[in-house]
Design a protein around this ligand. Structure first.
Ligand code: NAP
Length: 320
């Protein structure tokens, strides 16, 4: 392989990618991380993180990602702060472009994450992390004894609403139709929960509040009547998108675009993709757990799988 070919390029810099970088760097693989212009992933959009082990006092999402990055850099990870524009995984070494600049590597770790579908209101973006959340598991605890709203009518929305009733005194589920999309069993559970109220045929038109959320302006789509809902939190649960368009036609993905992985040589853990030498981890693979700690764990697995695969390839080449 020519000198300019790296051992591994990591695409994406959330907990999965940066953990993969720490492990790959400590295994002397000299990783190059292409971290994106909005580096750090979804935790950059949160405030307090209280469920990441090792931070008993909690830590701000952006501060935690700065620490992840510092740790990856300490062991020699190099960073390019730009978005990947194109990849060619059809032959090894693989090519990854940032605009016109081509980077080549023996292995690639894909950790491009996912993003929550949002309503698209300016006020929603302004109060993200200050009353607006996309993760009940992460932020539910902050809404103890308060009244909050969940937007959406699918399984995620009902799951979030049910979870949030452990903390909130009342959860109003706002759905744009009069019928839920969620599975029957989730509907039954939600209807049976006295703390959940339903606001049917309704859409959020504005998120109210200056520094923190103080209410929602809601419009009934059938009558056009506008009302104010006095809540202190809004959980948006209208779906997620994996950031995997870059790999169209190259990596096998499921119907929703999440990268499909399988165990190396039939083993689990499973970070190998359909392309030998390309591994994937974190929220671009996992649409079930979606936690920083599970993404980090999977990043570790991807780095170990990569290291073992590179070692096996080097051994093959030496003995050829
Ligand atoms: P989903 O099933 O696509 O549901 C999205 C919901 O958000 C729908 O009710 C949709 O309304 C609503 N919505 C979409 N865009 C909206 C907008 N701009 N404004 C207002 N409402 C909007 O997504 P999901 O709930 O995230 O679930 C994704 C997949 O994961 C599903 O297959 C689900 O079954 C699965 N999942 C399963 C579980 C479980 O089994 N425990 C838990 C979570 C997720 P409409 O209904 O009007 O389209």
């Amino acid at each position: 392989m020519p000198d300019d070919v790296r051992e591994v390029i990591i695409i994406g810099s959330g907990p999965a990618g940066l953990t993969a970088a720490v492990y790959a760097a400590r295994a002397n693989l000299h990783p190059l991380m292409i971290e994106g212009v909005d580096a750090g992933g979804q935790l950059m959009l949160t405030t307090e993180v209280e469920n990441y082990p090792g931070f008993p006092e909690g830590i701000l999402g952006p501060d935690m990602m700065a620490r992840f990055r510092e740790q990856a850099e300490r062991f020699g990870t190099e960073f390019v702060t730009a978005n990947v524009s194109k990849v060619d995984l059809s032959a090894r070494p693989f090519s990854v472009w940032v605009d016109d600049e081509e980077h080549r590597s023996r292995a690639v770790i894909v950790s491009t994450g996912a993003r929550a579908r949002m309503l698209g209101l300016e006020s929603e973006a302004q109060l993200l992390g200050h009353g607006v959340s996309t993760c009940a598991t992460c932020d539910g605890f902050f809404f103890r004894d308060q009244e909050i709203a969940v937007v959406g009518g699918g399984d995620s929305a009902l799951e979030e609403a049910l979870f949030l009733t452990k903390f909130a005194t009342k959860v109003t589920l706002i759905h744009r139709r009069a019928e839920l999309r969620a599975s029957k069993i989730m509907q039954d559970r939600a209807f049976a929960n006295e703390r959940i109220e339903f606001l049917w045929d309704s859409v959020v038109e504005d998120v109210l509040g200056d520094q923190t959320l103080s209410g929602l302006r809601v419009r009934n789509v059938k009558t056009d009547a506008v009302s104010e809902l006095p809540v202190t939190g809004m959980f948006v649960a209208i779906g997620h998108f994996p950031n995997t368009n870059l790999f169209d036609g190259q990596l096998d993905r499921d119907d929703e675009g999440y990268v499909l992985t399988k165990g190396l040589a039939g083993e689990t853990p499973a970070t190998a993709t359909n392309i030998e030498g390309v591994f994937a981890c974190g929220d671009c693979v996992d649409h079930v757990y979606r936690q920083a700690v599970t993404a980090a764990g999977m990043g570790c697995q991807a780095a170990i799988d990569t290291e073992r695969w590179l070692e096996a390839k080097a051994h093959e080449e030496r003995s050829a």
